[in-house]
Design a binder for this molecule. Structure first.
Ligand SMILES: [Zn+2]
Length: 361
């Protein structure tokens, strides 16, 4: 595939994935899309009982490595917890969301039938708010979603029930002209990782067969504590695991360099350690070497923030050597994140080189 075809494909898949709603536990729309894409590029694709989408592309060497690449399909969001008599909805968060984002947010509620209904997280105007309260971040007990309904019955007739999921909505945009080209949109953590894995699956399928067997894993429920990945790992039985993530780039005004975690336009970010994992050092050396051979810059994800699905691997199946490669992103876990085109393309090409060349660890 030419570089311009790859770019076109990357943007289209990112647009599609970013528009789908898939809060932890309700990933069905995302998994259906990924299933259909992956089955075009793998020998065998299936869904396990948890809802993880798994696939295998068999290698030519029967003794070759089984390499699992994993990206999580779920995103942070809200769970509808109570419907008030007067039609307002109460909610609790699923995954890490900063409460300061809530007031005034544009909400999309996903009903069981797959319909989406818009709402607003209501907030009293400053005119009638105690000045002391304006500087305090809101409390869940005082927050509600307003869908414009007149009462509880109308809410229920719309198909909204306790347990429905909702997201803070954000518009997708691709802009090739500013800052070397960027995409912005909702749920980039971790639809970006899903996009990277899908692109690599297509590229590997289009090339001469390779010795290693590639195991594709698109997991549920990462944002609520990595609950999908143990089942996926049992189903795939890998020798090596590589988590694909969308990680924090805090390269914005007011953040000192030693706290930026990663920076946009510095290439793929390789993890050394985070709150869950001490990553395999030889695997890390291979990641760096492959990026450099391609002439890409790369960066460390500064230890030791966050955690990934790799956190479970290195303690499972007698210990699976684990790595993590991330596309840097500003504003993750907010309604709109931003990534640079150069970073996602470099991540895809580096991962492809890692998987298709020998790995000796
Ligand atoms: Zn993530």
């Amino acid at each position: 595939m030419s570089e311009s075809n790859l770019l076109e494909n990357v943007v289209e898949i990112q647009r599609k994935l970013s528009t789908l709603i898939g809060v932890s536990g309700h990933e069905n729309d995302v998994s259906a899309f990924i299933f259909n894409e992956l089955k075009q590029h793998a020998d065998n694709v299936w869904m396990d009982k948890m809802g993880n989408v798994l696939g295998i592309k068999k290698g030519t060497d029967p003794d070759g490595l089984r390499i699992m690449i994993d990206a999580h399909m779920d995103e942070v969001g809200l769970l509808i917890s109570y419907i008030e008599k007067n039609g307002f909805l109460r909610f609790v968060p699923l995954g890490g969301i900063d409460k300061r984002l809530y007031p005034g947010s544009d909400i999309k509620i996903q009903t069981k039938s797959g319909k989406t209904i818009s709402g607003i997280i209501g907030m009293n105007p400053p005119h009638i708010t105690d000045p002391k309260l304006r500087d305090i971040s809101p409390d869940h007990a005082n927050l509600f979603i307003d869908i414009g309904a007149k009462d509880e019955e109308e809410v229920k007739n719309l198909g909204i029930i306790v347990g429905n999921r909702a997201v803070l909505d954000g518009r997708f945009e691709y802009n090739p002209d500013i800052g070397g080209g960027f995409m912005r949109g909702r749920a980039f953590d971790d639809r970006t990782g899903c996009n990277v894995a899908l692109q690599v699956s297509k590229l590997i399928n289009d090339m001469e067969p390779i010795p290693n067997t590639i195991l594709y894993s698109f997991t549920v429920c990462e944002e609520v504590g990595g609950r999908g990945v143990p089942a996926a790992t049992d189903g795939l039985n890998p020798d090596i695991g590589i988590a694909l993530e969308n990680t924090i780039a805090a390269d914005v005004p007011g953040v000192p360099l030693n706290k930026q975690i990663t920076q946009l336009e510095h290439g793929p970010a390789f993890s050394v350690a985070d709150r869950r994992t001490l990553y395999h050092e030889k695997l890390l050396e291979i990641f760096k070497m492959r990026a450099e051979e391609l002439g890409y810059s790369w960066q460390y994800k500064q230890p030791a923030f966050g955690g990934t699905n790799a956190g479970l691997w290195h303690t499972m199946h007698k210990g699976i050597p684990s790595g993590c490669i991330s596309v840097p992103s500003r504003y993750i876990h907010s309604p709109i994140a931003m990534i640079k085109i150069s970073d996602i393309l470099a991540t895809i090409n580096t991962l492809l080189a890692i998987l298709t060349k020998p790995i000796e660890i």
